[in-house]
Design a protein around this ligand. Structure first.
Ligand code: PMT
Length: 408
């Protein structure tokens, strides 16, 4: 079923200012969007703005004679093919979890059989509170899909988990299972794709570690896009603060060695391996079991040893999957990437210039140059999800060509 009739619930929180953009992006996917505001939401975003972007009246009153005379709440609940609530505040989350019908939005959720996606946004302490976590678990157990929250600086000045996911990331998660891009539908059907993502953490002692700036967004976008295009996807992730992509098997690891073991276990059965993780090249030779004391020390020397090159080891398997590396470079990107392509015996390598602040690490956009032994492709700057769709198209073409040559 393709859901085109979306009910967007907006609850009270500063992140509500992102809701008009979400409506715009949903409509770009061909969705018909009706908006319901909680009382709290009206303090952050106006019904007029949402009416203008959605092209429909905006609803907020449970007992509204005009509304009941037109499209009443039962009718609206039946009309919706999908419900997304963004942002979802701690208060409305509690009401939903406990089946309250004390405003229009919670009443509609009770009266509807449509699948529900919730996008929480709140102060990080509120998010971590056991009451909130218990409420989220109740919703998940009931089948709701939770998107986010993300990690970062919050409106209140604190830093932590609780930011609302970006509208584009929400749309990417809402649409895969409902509206795969037509021309690419079934593109990756039958393929088993293994993807690594995020950073690794190499322990120094029980409280300190060596890591890097990778957020995991590139690898997670690839996993979501590959699953959308029909592949069976396994995602091996270092420590990140991202929600699992829909329909993807996720395995969490911490260190380069753990990632190596997890990848090698899965690689035997994969058709394609995409190594988007920023794996630490070095780890502390012997992590200390007790916290290193500063007292009196003027310096500290750590003995580092090389970690296994996971990608090179996979490419060296007797029957390797089609291997796609990433190269994070700060100078002469293509020259260094070509060297990695050859030395690691890869089929493709995608290079991003991480000296640029607008693409690469942590941000939602990227720009790639993809190299094979004989060809160069350029994927212009775009969201990591759109970049992933293009990269997967290139991978599919090169994978098919390689198999044709092998079988001829
Ligand atoms: O996670 P994001 O914030 O979204 O950022 C995305 C990204 C910049 C991390 C991603 O696009 C990227 O470039 N990933 C690869 C980063 C990296 O480690 O590049 P490298 O040039 O150091 O390594 C080359 C390749 O070898 C990579 O495919 C890497 O996964 C692999 N490798 C490296 C070291 C190691 N010990 N084992 C490996 O498998």
């Amino acid at each position: 079923m393709i859901a085109t009739k979306w009910l967007l619930g907006i609850t009270g929180g500063i992140a509500a200012y992102k809701a008009p953009e979400l409506v715009r992006l949903l409509k770009k996917q061909g969705a018909d969007v009706r908006v319901v505001l909680s009382q709290g939401a009206k303090a952050f975003v106006t019904p007029m703005t949402l009416q203008a972007v959605s092209g429909h009246p905006v609803y907020s009153e449970l007992l509204d004679p005009d509304f009941e005379a037109a499209m009443g709440h039962i009718e609206l609940a039946r009309w919706a093919e999908g419900i997304v609530i963004a942002p979802l505040s701690a208060n409305r989350l509690a009401a939903l979890a406990h089946g309250h019908a004390d405003d229009l939005l919670t009443t509609l959720c009770l009266a509807s059989t449509a699948p529900i996606w919730v996008v929480p946004a709140m102060n990080q302490q509120m998010w971590h509170h056991p009451a909130t976590q218990a409420n989220i678990t109740i919703l998940k157990d009931r089948g709701a899909v939770v998107i986010g929250p993300g990690w970062g600086e919050q409106a209140c000045g604190e830093i932590g988990l609780g930011r609302m996911s970006e509208p584009q990331d929400i749309v990417n998660q809402l649409f895969p299972m409902y509206q795969p891009m037509k021309e690419q539908e079934a593109n990756l059907q039958g393929l088993r794709i293994l993807i690594s993502a995020g950073p690794t953490r190499e322990a120094i002692d029980p409280v300190r570690y060596i890591s890097n700036r990778s957020s995991g967004k590139m690898g997670f976008a690839l996993a979501q896009a590959a699953a959308t295009l029909g592949a069976q996807v396994s995602l091996i992730s270092g420590p990140v603060n991202l929600a699992s992509p829909h329909g993807v098997e996720r395995i969490d690891v911490m260190s380069a060695n753990e990632m190596y073991n997890a990848v090698m276990t899965k690689a035997q059965d994969a058709d394609i391996f995409i190594s988007a993780a920023a794996v630490a090249d070095f780890a502390v030779e012997k992590a200390l079991s007790q916290k290193i004391k500063k007292a009196g020390a003027t310096g500290l020397q750590l003995n580092l040893v090389a970690t296994p090159d996971i990608l090179a080891k996979v490419a060296a398997l007797p029957k390797p999957p089609f291997c796609v590396g990433f190269a994070a470079e700060t100078e002469q990107p293509e020259q260094y990437a070509k060297k990695k392509l050859q030395e690691k015996h890869l089929d493709l390598i995608a290079v991003n210039d991480v000296s640029r602040e607008d693409i690469g690490f942590d941000v939602n956009v990227n720009e790639l140059t993809v190299l094979s032994q004989h060809k160069t492709f350029h994927i212009p700057k775009n969201t990591k999800y759109q970049i992933s769709l293009k990269l997967l198209q290139i991978i599919r073409e090169c994978y098919d060509t390689k198999n044709k040559i092998k079988n001829s």
